[in-house]
Ligand binder design. Structure first.
Ligand SMILES: [Zn+2]
Length: 481
């Protein structure tokens, strides 16, 4: 649905959701800025994530905020310096550069993730693939680091390629500060940076992006989850690596455990599913990566994929990884600091389950999932917890005291709810503007308001209108939070 994709981009530019960075200078592919409306949606999405994973689960989970720049030693220990690279091909004639696996994917319509440079090279030669720009021959496939590094007087530093490392390097301190309880979860919402060769699909593959990650540190001999019984009969759609030929299958939490995934892991899979369901995504599944596709330190790796109408396919928005003790053990080795804890009557290095969310991808998925059209009317049916505003407040006309009255209503309501005031253009145009960014309600102050102290509330999706007393407005709007 290329058409829908173009509509989403057009809407984003027009209504300040997101747009190319440094646009007046021509902008660079893969860099986007969030605009005034986009920021509101993104922040609400992040706040909702915080509430869902750090508050509602009621566990020993905490948010930390490590720096974006970290010293080289961190990435030596994590393995990123050695392994975090992309296979690339370069045209020997015009210099066109592309990721080798994506080049092949474009020609052969299959995925080639996880193949070695040599294998990719052979495939390119076998199929006689040439430069799409000039028809020239490609040089041999080579590797390029995905990290942005800088030389400073303090030595080499890097922009983090994932937020996760901040949780591992701070684990000891947080474990102590939080009364040495295990499991403990450390969450980070922040930027990560990757030097992508071929950024594409708007917010989908960018050089700078926001992750929300939660690392759950636990005792590897205690893999049960206390609330597992609550979800054991619930079902989820999965594509298992070992049974990929079966495609998507619906399994219960219990069945997944019987297949060898432990309770804690499966429990968090269901929490991820619930999170996306509560944002209105019903068409989603968990796609398991096989041994070649997943990072070598992940023992289990499922991508949470939602269906994008504009791409007509499922795409990854989040991942659930069992990283074992790989990171802590390596930091222990490289830093000479013990990562052992004393809990459950013994000493051990905790294992880690990582819940990793792409905020920008989820944001784009929200636009894709909620863009609606009916004749000339366009609107975003965003769920209430991520809608940019609860309501717009409009005087029907800007005369006869209606404007003053509307401003009074705004003053009263804005203390409790996220609302804006708009008196520009006809009332129809104001509704249309608000609909396009997903504002839940329109509140109109008209001539009757001056007599009965009531306003007209119009609901976004149904466009139904009703009269509500000004004195009841605050309560009505705070209900939608
Ligand atoms: Zn070329």
């Amino acid at each position: 649905m290329k058409e829908l994709y173009d509509k989403l981009i057009e809407l984003s530019l027009k209504r300040a959701l997101f747009y190319p960075s440094s646009e007046i200078y021509g902008s660079i592919a893969g860099f986007y800025d969030y605009g005034s409306v986009g920021v509101k949606v993104k922040k609400k999405l992040e706040d909702y994530w915080r509430w869902f994973f750090l508050k509602s689960l009621g566990e020993n989970f905490h948010e930390i905020q490590p720096t974006n720049l970290m010293p080289e030693s961190v990435f030596k220990a994590s393995g990123h310096l050695e392994y975090f690279e992309d296979p690339i091909v370069e045209c020997s004639k015009c210099g066109f550069v592309e990721r080798a696996d994506q080049l092949l994917e474009g020609f052969l319509h299959k995925t080639f993730e996880g193949l070695t440079s040599k294998q990719l090279d052979e495939l390119i030669k076998k199929h006689g693939i040439r430069c799409p720009e000039c028809g020239g021959e490609f040089k041999e496939v080579s590797s390029k680091s995905l990290m942005f590094g800088f030389s400073t007087r303090k030595g080499k530093i890097y922009l983090r390629p994932e937020t996760a490392q901040g949780a591992f390097v701070n684990f000891r301190r947080e474990f102590k500060a939080n009364r040495e309880r295990i499991p403990i979860g450390l969450a980070i919402i922040g930027k990560a940076f990757r030097n992508e060769i071929s950024p594409r699909q708007a917010l989908f593959r960018t050089n700078e992006f926001t992750q929300a990650e939660l690392q759950v540190f636990f005792d590897p001999e205690d893999t049960r989850h206390e609330n597992f019984s609550l979800i054991k009969k619930e079902k989820v759609k999965v594509v298992l690596a070992s049974e990929r030929e079966k495609g998507e299958q619906e399994l219960s939490a219990e069945q997944l455990v019987n297949k060898g995934y432990f309770e804690k892991y499966v429990y968090y899979m269901f929490m991820m599913k619930k999170f996306y369901n509560s944002l209105g995504f019903t068409k989603l599944h968990f796609y398991e990566k096989n041994e070649e596709e997943r990072a070598f330190y992940n023992k289990f790796h499922f991508d949470c994929e939602v269906f994008f109408k504009c791409f007509d396919s499922f795409k990854e928005v989040a991942g659930l990884h069992y990283r074992t003790d790989y990171d802590l053990k390596n930091h222990e080795k490289h830093s000479n600091q013990s990562m052992q804890v004393f809990a459950n009557g013994k000493k051990f290095v905790p294992h880690v389950i990582e819940l990793s969310f792409g905020i920008d991808r989820t944001f784009f998925a929200l636009l894709d999932n909620n863009f609606k059209e009916d004749g000339k009317r366009k609107w975003l049916s965003l769920p209430k917890h991520v809608a940019p505003f609860a309501a717009g407040i409009y005087p029907l006309v800007s005369k006869d005291g209606l404007e003053e009255k509307a401003k009074q209503v705004y003053e009263l309501v804005s203390k409790q709810a996220d609302v804006f005031y708009d008196d520009k253009g006809s009332i129809g145009k104001r509704y249309a503007r608000a609909d396009e960014i997903g504002v839940m309600y329109g509140i109109t102050i008209d001539y009757d308001t001056m007599q009965d102290n009531a306003v007209t509330i119009r609901e976004r999706d149904s466009t139904k209108q009703e009269r509500v007393k000004i004195s009841e407005l605050v309560e009505r709007l705070s209900n939608i939070k």
